[in-house]
Ligand binder design. Structure first.
Ligand code: ZN
Length: 102
């Protein structure tokens, strides 16, 4: 069987480890009830749609629209994500012997 594992994108590792960095987004649809508040992660592009009761702010429903490949990785536990994140962080920020970033 061919090896089909593809390493997760660094943005996916970051979000899986630290959580998403939400910013407001323009809703792309009208909900059947309540008010739709759309958010998009500025790191990985995930979209979160919260349906809220307008007068109380109560959360009535929530949906996520994941970017392609976000869910298709072989890492499952938070600890595994942290290990992968540490590997990326040290590769990206470790200074070389002359003090400059790699
Ligand atoms: Zn994200």
């Amino acid at each position: 069987m061919a090896d089909t594992y593809t390493p997760p994108l660094p943005s996916f590792v970051r979000c899986r480890t630290l959580g998403h960095a939400w910013d407001t987004a323009t809703p792309t649809r009208k909900p059947l009830f309540g008010v739709l508040m759309a958010l998009q992660c500025v790191s990985c592009g995930m979209i979160r749609e919260d349906i809220l009761q307008p007068d109380t702010g109560e959360l009535l429903g929530r949906a996520y629209h994941k970017p392609l490949g976000y869910k298709d990785v072989g890492i499952h536990s938070r600890a595994e994500w942290r290990v992968t994140f540490i590997g990326l962080a040290t590769t990206e920020t470790a200074p070389s012997e002359n003090g400059k970033k790699k």
